[in-house]
Design a protein around this ligand. Sequence first.
Ligand code: FAD
Length: 279
Amino acid sequence: MHIVVCIKQVPDSAQIRVHPVTNTIMRQGVPTIINPYDLFALEAALELRDRFGGEITVLTMGPMSAEDSLRKALTFGANRAILLTDRRFAGSDTLATTYALAAAIRKIAHEYGPPDLIFTGKQTIDGDTAQVGPGIAKRLDVLQLTYVAKIRALDLIARTLEAERRAEGGVQVLLTKLPCLITMLEATNQIRRGCMADALRAARAPILKWSAQDAGVEDLSKCGLKGSPTVVKRVFAPSARAGKAALVEAPEQPAQALINAIFEHQPKLEAELAALVRE
Ligand code: FAD
């Protein structure tokens, strides 16, 4: 069995600060981490490999510094790590990101065998779009299960997988054929610490670095800024003053103060909620 896990290195959002004057995010000096959802995806892959054998390839597209996250994934027990890195990928939106990642996965299939499963996180904590997993599945023409909370069963002979998917109002149990792509939810499993043998191996393991050409990217006009039709029209920054007012007025009751502030800005909301409660 071969599993590919896509991970993204993201700024640690707990340590991000907003510039008090410009209201822009201050990224300088902010430590990076593996996107938390991707750790749940990696753990799900490791659990399957523990039970059924096989290999796990971790893949990320990012700058050279993303090597740190790949090495960390190796310490958890992944077999190989590939960093897709090329200046021509800079400025990629989700369309261009999925184009490059799908090309790399095709190349991985060619070099190390076709993946039975591809894992991604549900979404990242910086971009937040949740588009990359489904985008890769579409480009590779494989089935996709999104918002997966648990893998219940895998049958490598029948080539089927049964998973629990969190849906509005309940849980769906779905059976799908392999190969498929899964996007994992948060807190779906207990992330392991990694053992000493894997840590030693990870410290010495090579991180394969692929350029666009190495990954077999055919059309460079679909990469990076050139291949990114998304336009950021406006950024809405939170008003620092509004938040402060709510907390300063009633520091001992911040929740009530925030609710009052929300109702003040959304006058109809209070009446609508009251009507719902009456129903
Ligand atoms: P989501 O769709 O929320 O991620 C879902 C899952 O997909 C993740 O959990 C992970 O498993 C996988 N995944 C996502 N991204 C990667 C990745 N890179 N490698 C491996 N797996 C991945 N971002 C920059 O960092 N630099 C830029 O220069 C830049 N320029 C941009 C320009 C424009 C016009 C726009 C609109 C966006 C730009 N972005 C840039 C943001 C970029 O679009 C997103 O970071 C990227 O497409 C991933 O989207 P997301 O973070 O929403 O991922």
